[in-house]
Ligand binder design. Structure first.
Ligand SMILES: O=P(O)(O)OC[C@H]1O[C@H](OP(=O)(O)OP(=O)(O)O)[C@H](O)[C@@H]1O
Ligand SMILES: O=C(O)c1cc(=O)[nH]c(=O)[nH]1
Length: 183
């Protein structure tokens, strides 16, 4: 399943090369567009199945799944359907009208949350979401990401939480290099 996911990144054109400014302000000569996969039902199902399998194998128990706006929302939703566990969505900022809420869905005090992310670079975005959930009384049992760019997020997140990645950029680029060698 993991190899299938890696292949899907290439077949869906989800790895772009050029100059990109990242959310952290860093610059990069490549960009992983996980949204290309999370908007494709077959690829999204594969991500959800792989994530559910990995979490189960590691014996991680949780009551609820959380997905921070925006990239993680379809992934967390698919994982909720796959596992039958309820969902919460964490906004980047509290809603400016209506409920004024930053969390959509209910977090009960002491609930064990599996926090999902699409891609991690510095880990700053997902750590902000973790803070919002903890302020609401949740316990973050693990942070699970589809792709880790290996630019410090793992080390930063692991200071406080269990960190799981489905694939790393090294694994993605190793596959590209081995495919090119075979040509
Ligand atoms: O680990 P970090 O350095 O925080 O970078 C990764 C974050 O950047 C992207 O989000 P983006 O801000 O582009 O928002 P979007 O998901 O709303 O498109 C991605 O979805 C992660 O949330
Ligand atoms: O750090 C980011 O903002 C980022 C990097 C990346 O490769 N893909 C993405 O969606 N966001």
């Amino acid at each position: 399943m993991k190899d299938q996911l890696i292949d899907t990144f290439f077949s869906e054109g989800a790895i772009l090369f050029g100059r990109f400014v990242l959310t952290s302000g860093k610059e990069s000569d490549y960009y992983i567009n996980v949204k290309k996969l999370s908007t494709n039902p077959k690829a999204l199902r594969l991500i959800a199945r792989l994530m559910a399998k990995k979490v189960k194998e590691l014996g991680i128990e949780f009551d609820r799944i959380a997905g921070p706006e925006l990239g993680a929302v379809p992934i967390a939703t698919a994982l909720s359907l796959e596992t039958g566990k309820p969902l919460v969505v964490v906004r980047k900022k509290p809603k400016g009208h209506g409920t004024g809420s930053q969390i959509e869905g209910e977090v009960k005090p002491g609930e064990r949350i599996l926090l999902v992310e699409d891609v991690t670079t510095t880990g700053g975005s997902v750590l902000k979401a973790a803070e919002v959930l903890e302020r609401a009384g949740a316990e973050i049992v693990a942070i699970s990401v589809v792709v880790d760019r290996e630019e410090g997020a793992g080390e930063r997140i692991e200071e406080r939480y269990r960190f799981i990645s489905l694939v790393t950029v090294s694994e993605l680029f190793a596959r590209r290099d081995s495919a090119e060698m075979k040509k």
